[in-house]
Write a protein that binds this ligand. Structure first.
Ligand SMILES: [Zn+2]
Length: 202
């Protein structure tokens, strides 16, 4: 009994997160989310060598800004910070669903099967277009405590992680849209310029 309690306590400790923020939208979110056309979005994030309180504070500010914008994912280059960190919460309406903080992610495996799914981006508000990506991935990363993690993801989670990792490399989902006519139309309708879209990365 005491032993299993100790194991439970150990497990709880291993899953403990330092990241707890309210999901209520703020009138003045801590970070500004840059929009398509600014150079910030084309900057790559740099490797984070130490996961400390400053990184956890950044993650909290990113989450507050993401929740305030009603988004499910946000990467540091979107708020003008060149670091390889992203935050994800696929259930923003559920106050107790814990967010994911993903630091220095590497996709170590991608499925050969692909899905077509309509993506949107907090940096390109109003624009939703189909993008083709691998259906499932395996990703390695550090969590908000600096612990090494590996995760298999499919569905919306795989989609979201791939979209956010693209941001860490200065790539936007619109760069990957194949239907150029639809792309031009949607961007123009929402006040964006197709000149700010790059050709698809390799
Ligand atoms: Zn995005």
């Amino acid at each position: 009994m005491s032993r299993s309690f100790a194991q439970l306590a150990k497990k709880a400790e291993a899953n403990k997160t330092a990241i707890a923020v309210s999901k209520e939208p703020l009138a003045e979110p801590p970070l500004e989310i840059h929009k398509l056309g600014t150079q910030f979005l084309r900057q790559s994030g740099r490797h984070i060598s130490k996961v400390d309180d400053s990184i956890r504070d950044l993650a909290k500010d990113m989450l507050k800004s993401m929740y305030s914008a009603k988004g499910i994912g946000l990467a540091a280059p979107q708020v003008g910070i060149e670091k390889r960190i992203l935050v994800i919460d696929l259930d923003i309406e559920n106050p107790t669903n814990p967010p994911l903080v993903i630091i220095n992610p590497e996709i170590i495996n991608s499925s050969a099967t692909v899905d077509t799914y309509e993506e949107g981006c907090l940096s390109i508000p109003g624009v939703y277009l189909d993008v083709i990506r691998p259906s499932s991935i395996k990703v390695s990363f550090r969590d908000e405590m600096g612990r090494p993690k590996k995760m298999n993801a499919d569905g919306l989670m795989a989609r979201c992680i791939q979209h956010e990792i693209d941001h860490l490399n200065g790539v936007l989902f619109v760069d990957r849209v194949t239907d150029q006519e639809e792309l031009k139309k949607a961007l123009t309708e929402h006040g964006f310029n197709k000149k700010d879209v790059f050709s698809p990365p390799e």
